[in-house]
Design a protein around this ligand. Structure first.
Ligand SMILES: NC(=O)c1ccc[n+]([C@@H]2O[C@H](COP(=O)([O-])OP(=O)(O)OC[C@H]3O[C@@H](n4cnc5c(N)ncnc54)[C@H](OP(=O)(O)O)[C@@H]3O)[C@@H](O)[C@H]2O)c1
Length: 428
């Protein structure tokens, strides 16, 4: 697969797109074919600070399709559309065509969102939940000041606070005022011309997504007993005490809880995610540069499928015909000798070289001729170099379903993921 990886150290650190091995699913994880990823400031901060080592794949947020499931996974099946955010310090990140995600790093993709939108919302929605809800516990009728209201986090906070019945004042430069007002803000302050302290006083809650002196100066605009939370910094506890305000400690990072909180809002059409710009994987440096500018309105997205080129149906069909006969020679032709297969077979998670698969399949049960004729392709999607097929298999004593993901490499289709779905006994 193709993935952006960290190369070099210090000032020479860059991201380059490399061809790397497909990541391996482990128990309680799934393999996701990434349709889109989004850029968050934390991605490039981890790179700059050296927390992501050379050859690490950065990126947290993703949306895509499950193409293989590990042992013990019952919550997801091949073909499920999912969105979430992985811990890029722990596993390979989302700036890649495929990633392995633990189950608690994602949810089913919200139906209302496109793949690009679904890739754009996880981190910023979780942040909004963490700071505005779990931290500040904002209430109906309260007055909330949101710094950085037009950014990824701020735009979520404005909408969620509005949906909670709070009155929002936002800060952003003038070009973003109409945008934030449309999200629900009652009033906007242009921080480039006006000191927010001159407009917003005695606030019940301040949510800061800017940090630095914006955060420090915010202490003075919170009413006594009010709350100050920040996704971009912290205020010393002593300063908060002296000012008579509350600075709640950060709620734990919790993907399922954060995304569960916003799910009903998304379903009700009350939480939009604005996509500022879309880049291809090859443009990953430009995508991050956009985020680094600090001028993003909403989110920057990387569309993994944008660079795929048109493919042809015929070679895949030929391969499937060969596969259906169960003949060893066909397998040998179909797979590259060094191909690695990943998937579930007979209810067991398996990962094995194609050479072994050839042996296992050839010596396994050979379906009768009549059963072979009932083998049919239920659905087949070809997007450029990637094909996803669902094949219904009607054996004499069971029905089974094969999910396959194939990649076209060097002019040949090669299987990369094979998910052998549960078999169902057939009453005859
Ligand atoms: N801990 C967590 O859970 C967590 C999660 C997500 C993000 N974060 C952090 O939260 C911060 C914000 O993230 P983000 O994704 O929202 O960033 P972002 O999308 O890059 O923020 C860009 C926005 O900030 C606005 N802005 C810049 N300077 C401003 C200022 N002085 N006053 C008011 N608005 C200003 C810009 O508006 P103009 O163009 O109009 O200036 C722009 O729309 C980052 O530090 C990020 O690392 C933390």
């Amino acid at each position: 697969m193709r993935a952006a990886r960290v190369h070099g150290e210090g000032n020479t650190r860059v991201l380059r797109v490399d061809t790397v091995a497909l990541p391996r699913v482990t128990p309680n994880t799934v393999l996701v074919r990434v349709h889109a990823a989004s850029v968050n400031p934390v991605d490039w901060k981890l790179q700059d600070e050296g927390d992501l080592k050379p050859l690490a794949i950065p990126g947290g947020d993703f949306a895509g399709e499950v193409v293989a499931v590990g042992a013990g996974v019952t919550r997801y099946r091949c073909g499920d559309r999912v969105a979430g955010t992985v811990d890029q310090m722990e596993t390979g990140g989302s700036y890649a065509e495929y990633l392995v995600a633990p189950l608690d790093a994602m949810v089913k993709k919200p139906a209302r969102y496109s793949m690009q939108e679904a890739s754009a919302y996880p981190t910023v929605a979780i942040a909004a939940w963490r700071f505005l809800i779990a931290g500040a516990d904002v209430q109906r009728g309260e007055r909330v000041l949101v710094h950085g209201a037009s950014g990824g986090v701020g735009s979520m906070v404005v909408q969620i606070a509005t949906a909670r019945g709070a009155t929002v004042i936002g800060t952003a430069s003038a070009r973003n005022h109409d945008f934030v007002r449309a999200l629900g803000a009652a009033q906007m302050i242009d921080y480039t011309t006006t000191r927010f302290e001159d407009v917003a006083r005695n606030m019940d809650v301040v949510v800061d997504a800017v940090g630095g002196e914006t955060l420090t100066r915010s202490v003075a605009v919170v009413r006594r007993g009010g709350r100050l939370v920040s996704s971009a910094g912290s205020v010393p506890a002593e300063t908060c005490r002296a000012a008579g305000i509350l600075c709640p400690s950060r709620a734990p990072w919790d993907v399922p809880r954060g995304l569960a909180y916003v799910a009903p809002l998304i379903e009700a059409g009350q939480l939009q995610v604005h996509i500022d710009s879309v880049y291809t994987l090859d443009q990953i440096m430009a995508a991050q540069q956009h985020s680094r500018s600090g001028r993003t309105r909403g989110k920057v997205v990387v569309d993994m499928r944008a660079s795929e080129t048109a493919g042809a149906l015929e070679p895949l069909q030929a391969y499937l015909d060969g596969h259906a006969t169960g003949q060893e020679a066909h397998f040998r032709r179909a797979f590259a000798s060094d191909a690695m297969l990943v998937g579930i077979k007979d209810g067991q998670y398996r990962q094995w070289p194609a050479s072994e698969y050839i042996r296992v399949s050839s010596s396994g049960r050979a379906p009768a001729d009549e059963a072979q004729r009932r083998r049919r392709i239920e659905s087949l999607t070809i997007n450029g170099q990637v094909a996803t097929g669902v094949i219904a298999l009607d054996y004499p004593d069971m029905i089974a379903r094969d999910h396959m993901t194939l990649l076209k490499r060097d002019g040949e289709w090669r299987i990369v993921v094979k998910g052998y779905d549960a078999s169902t006994p057939v009453a005859r």
